[in-house]
Write a protein that binds this ligand. Structure first.
Ligand SMILES: [Zn+2]
Length: 55
């Protein structure tokens, strides 16, 4: 529980609860992978909950 998905790299501004979220998998030119981190760690990095997959 509490794990979220974030993109690897500098472009990221949000974390995702849905591993199939289009915002998580899009923009192949900057896509370097996905990592899973605890939600608290994502928030500590200043990331915000993705509006596409939070529901
Ligand atoms: Zn998302």
């Amino acid at each position: 529980m509490g794990e979220v998905h974030v993109r690897v790299g500098e472009y990221r501004s949000s974390y995702h609860t849905d591993p199939d979220c289009s915002a998580l998998n899009g923009k192949p030119e900057t896509f370097k992978g996905i990592e899973e981190i605890p939600r608290e760690e994502a928030e500590a990095k200043g990331l915000q909950s993705c509006r596409l997959c939070r529901s």
